[in-house]
Design a protein around this ligand. Structure first.
Ligand code: MIG
Length: 667
């Protein structure tokens, strides 16, 4: 059951697809009052209550014990102390002996979740402006509550099937040559690959919808040639447009598509291409104008994109420059120790996103609205702009899109990558923990930068991270300029890495099937064990294993120098320990605790007893996977019938009619 409450004057976010009548009573689950910092929702917590949700955020699957803030920002480092990342996903599930319910705060602005941080026995959730809709969802346990919520927000985005292949990416030196070199090396090693990303260094002076003149001599021909090899190119699209006489600025200006300052003047900020303006995605006409800009790419055969910098990220603003110059002028000119320190601090103010976007407005229903009122929707609306462009080009086709910033609602239009992480073991584990939380909030097509974006990765970290990446719908290896190069052929452990990617391709029929079924049925592809084993006290609090689809459990190694790990099996399971797509052990294991031996080049996952899943032969590209030779693997005392979903992988013709049954019985 869903109840809806309205506070203040909410901005119509377009997040929900079901019209829920407004309740006249007060919510019994939350106490509501006006506080100094905004409208406050409080919930007393039992010591054993668990709180799930919040999508892309730091710390545990159980969010209890820390403070989180919904304020999309370009944070650069995903450390434990951060309170907000690139996205805002205001959905929580409270679960404990006093029952289970979900709450969704449909608030596009500043929102703070103090979940037992200030007071361990209280969840205090504050909306700064108090203009919001609150949905309370009740049901039989977390799975049921999440399903109801997902119905409310509409079906999750489904990318084309080729997007489930391995994606190679690198910020720093992308060119026709670098892509060809990697493709050759991978081909030589027998490694599958489907796509290459093109980062901003592949653009002309970092400008959207262009190609770097030196690095891409003949883009049209190059795209065509790669498509013939079965390879997709995925260019980046940033938010901002350079303010000079380029065609995008000129046409955008003519369409009145850019954000304004409070007096109606153009808002100017500095980002990668220099002095830039920002499209006002809140306006339908601006979305259509921006979306239209993808046309040329689409016509060339570029059918995948990643939208970046859309929190929005602003390096500096014009008024920020002025402020810094004034403050610097006022410092002690002897530059004593303190004077120097002060100057240093002042220049750091140049990069102050929150202040830089202070004067940033959007036109909503003909009125200028300050960004801070609707801040978290900016990136979500950019996804809608891209989608409008895709629909204009071809309404029947699926295109790949993954965004850095998001807000619940954009899950219908885009996937999300989990932002700039580090080549740290802690980020591998964080990647795992974010998966179920993302799914609860509607984001199914998601994954982290495998190997780590910032900092230098290692052979072992890369390999262990790939072993998790085998299961994430978005499987992209990406890293930052200046860091150690991360294409797999560069590593000493490359053979094991290649085999790991081959395992991915062998499992794609299963992964794709579970993904689309989860989208169609409003379910989570990845779940905390607590969702599936609600009466198992051990399973309830497990933070380093996940349920995957209807049949599996994953338990990756996330520590260095390990030769195995402990795994808790809530029921009897079949362990699949794999070295290559056709080299694995099947071990039947009873429920309980186990030490699992896993050499560096081995990964393990588990199939529930009395279930079976299909394995394919690996293939060089997703569309070369042979579905006629799938083999079922399982441990079944009774016959099991697996529901395999498969479709053309390219059109929007998606539906339950593409489910077939694969039967399995133990021989
Ligand atoms: O300010 O395009 O998160 O994936 O490589 C950094 C360059 C801009 C941030 C993205 C990252 C991308 C990088 N971008």
């Amino acid at each position: 059951m869903i109840r809806k409450y309205v506070y203040g004057t909410p901005y119509p976010t377009g997040t929900c697809v079901i019209d829920v009548p407004v309740s006249n009573d007060k919510p019994e689950e939350l106490e509501v009052c006006c506080g100094e910092s905004g409208l406050v929702f409080t919930r007393m917590l039992d010591r054993d209550d668990i709180i799930f949700g919040l999508g892309e955020n730091v710390r545990g699957i159980n969010k209890r014990g820390f403070v989180y803030r919904s304020w999309n920002s370009d944070n650069e480092k995903e450390t434990e102390g951060m309170t907000s990342l690139y996205s805002s996903h205001n959905f929580l599930v409270f679960s404990g002996k006093n029952g289970c319910f979900g709450v969704f705060f449909d608030d596009p602005s500043d929102f703070v979740f103090d979940l037992g941080y200030t007071d361990p026995d209280k969840a205090v959730m504050t909306s700064r402006f108090g203009d919001l809709e609150v949905y309370i969802i009740t049901g039989d346990g977390p799975s049921d509550v999440v399903k109801e919520f997902r119905k409310l927000i509409g079906r999750s985005y489904i990318p084309p099937k080729w997007a489930f292949g391995y994606i190679q990416s690198r910020f720093g030196d992308v060119s026709e040559d670098s892509i060809n070199e990697a493709l050759d090396e991978y081909g030589r090693l027998g490694m599958p690959v489907d796509s290459f990303c093109i980062d901003i260094d592949g653009l002309d002076e970092f400008q959207n919808f262009t190609w770097h003149r030196e690095n891409f001599k003949n883009p049209e021909k190059f795209v065509k040639e790669k498509l013939e090899q079965g390879i997709h190119l995925i260019p980046i699209v940033d938010v901002a447009i350079r303010k000079d006489e380029n065609p995008y600025y000129i046409s955008g200006k003519a369409a009145d598509a850019f954000c304004k300052g409070p007096c109606g003047e153009e808002f100017i900020g500095y980002v990668w291409p220099g002095r830039c303006v920002f499209p006002d995605y809140f306006k339908k006409s601006a979305r259509e104008w921006f979306g239209h800009n993808y046309q040329e790419y689409l016509r060339m055969g570029v059918h995948g994109f990643w939208n970046d910098m859309n929190e929005p990220s602003v390096f500096a603003s014009e008024h920020g420059f002025k402020r810094v110059a004034e403050l610097a002028d006022r410092t002690d000119k002897n530059y004593s120790f303190f004077g120097f320190g002060e100057l240093k601090n002042i220049s750091a103010l140049l990069y102050d996103e929150e202040r830089d976007t202070e004067n940033f407005c959007h036109e909503i229903d003909g009125k200028l609205v300050e960004n801070k009122r609707v801040h978290n929707l900016y990136g979500a609306y950019m996804a809608r702009a891209a989608d409008a462009g895709f629909r204009e080009y071809n309404p029947d086709m699926r295109f790949l899109l993954f965004s850095r910033s998001s807000c619940i609602g954009s899950h219908r239009y885009t996937g999300v990558w989990l932002g700039d992480n580090q080549a740290w073991w802690s980020c591998l584990l964080l990647n795992l923990k974010m998966l179920p939380s993302m799914n609860m909030c509607g984001y199914l097509f998601t994954g982290a930068d495998i190997g780590g974006f910032n900092e230098n990765t290692t052979d072992e970290l890369m390999l262990r991270w790939l072993q998790l990446g085998v299961f994430t719908p978005l499987m992209r290896n990406h890293s930052a300029w200046g860091t150690r190069k991360q294409e797999l052929f560069r590593f000493k452990y490359r053979d094991a890495m290649v085999k790991t990617v081959r395992i991915r391709y062998a499992l794609i029929p299963y992964i794709y099937s579970e993904f689309v079924k989860a989208a169609m049925r409003n379910e989570c592809m990845f779940r905390p064990l607590a969702f599936d084993y609600p009466s198992d006290g051990r399973a309830m609090r497990i933070e380093d294993q996940l349920m995957l689809g209807g049949e599996c459990m994953i338990a990756p190694v996330y520590e260095p120098n390990a030769r195995g790990r402990y795994v808790y099996l809530p029921e009897d399971m079949l362990m699949v320990r794999m070295r290559d797509s056709d080299d694995y052990d099947l071990i039947r294991m009873p429920a309980g605790d186990h030490w699992i031996e896993l050499k560096t080049e081995e990964l393990a996952f588990f199939i529930r007893k009395n279930c079976a899943i299909p394995f394919a032969k690996s293939a060089e590209r997703v569309d070369r996977i042979d579905y006629s030779s799938l083999e079922m693997t399982g441990w079944c005392e009774a016959p099991y019938s697996y529901e395999l979903y498969n479709d053309d992988g390219l059109t929007n013709n998606v539906g339950e009619n593409f489910v077939t049954k694969l039967e399995y019985t133990d021989k």
